[in-house]
Design a protein around this ligand. Structure first.
Ligand code: SF4
Ligand code: SF4
Ligand code: SF4
Length: 190
């Protein structure tokens, strides 16, 4: 299977949300579990060769960051997060449904954005100095049964799932390669 969208395109906010014909398995992340604080530090392992030095050096942080920007961020008219950044690393993309993007070559991981967001959208652990972008294991799926992150998450927060028009409540397609579950807004309403 070839790359449908590179990690870079995805992180630039390419939001193609439609399921594709045929087999369309995507990385599913349950943000409710993943951000529940069950793991003090993420313990998953990652199939990407250069990410195998141990827990923490994995691609899932980049997925969690993008997923929160896409699904949980309220896309404020006057985003405090952007205004608080001392190095202009955070941008609200006007032409991409106000999706936030963090230019990680500029980001110094000061966490000001995390403190400035009145809704707690930006988890401090999701804006690290060094980011390891997930490539969704697309080119490895022919020879690995499932990505190591999926196998090693102890709480079932990660899965490989068929993209489907009927994903169930609070579940969203994000970009070409991610499915995100979050009941954040339901909890806010309650
Ligand atoms: S953590 Fe990065 S993006 Fe956030 S305010 Fe600091 S430098 Fe800017
Ligand atoms: S302040 Fe928070 S909710 Fe508003 S745009 Fe920034 S991250 Fe999103
Ligand atoms: S999908 Fe592959 S590259 Fe992405 S976090 Fe999981 S194991 Fe790592």
């Amino acid at each position: 299977m070839g790359l449908r969208a590179s990690a870079e395109q995805l992180h630039q906010g390419r939001l193609n949300v439609k399921p594709q014909k045929g087999k369309d398995k995507r990385l599913f992340v349950d943000l409710d579990i993943c951000s529940s604080g069950q793991c003090e530090k993420c313990v998953i392992r990652c199939s990407y060769y250069y990410h195998q030095q141990g827990p923490g050096n994995n691609g899932i942080v980049s997925v969690a960051e993008l997923a929160t920007y896409a699904v949980i961020c309220r896309k404020c008219e006057q985003p405090h997060c952007v205004a608080s950044c001392p190095v202009d690393a955070l941008e609200q993309q006007k032409d991409k449904d106000k999706l936030l993007i963090r230019h990680n070559m500029r980001c110094i991981s000061c966490k000001s954005c995390s403190n400035a967001c009145p809704y707690g959208t930006i988890y401090p652990e999701n804006v690290p100095l060094l980011i390891h972008n997930c490539d969704f294991c697309l080119d490895r799926r022919s020879h690995i049964f499932e990505p190591l992150c999926v196998k090693s998450c102890p709480y079932g927060a990660l899965q490989l799932k068929e993209a489907d028009a009927d994903l169930g409540e609070n579940t969203f397609l994000v970009g070409d390669n991610i499915i995100v579950h979050s009941a954040h807004w339901e909890r806010e309403k309650a």
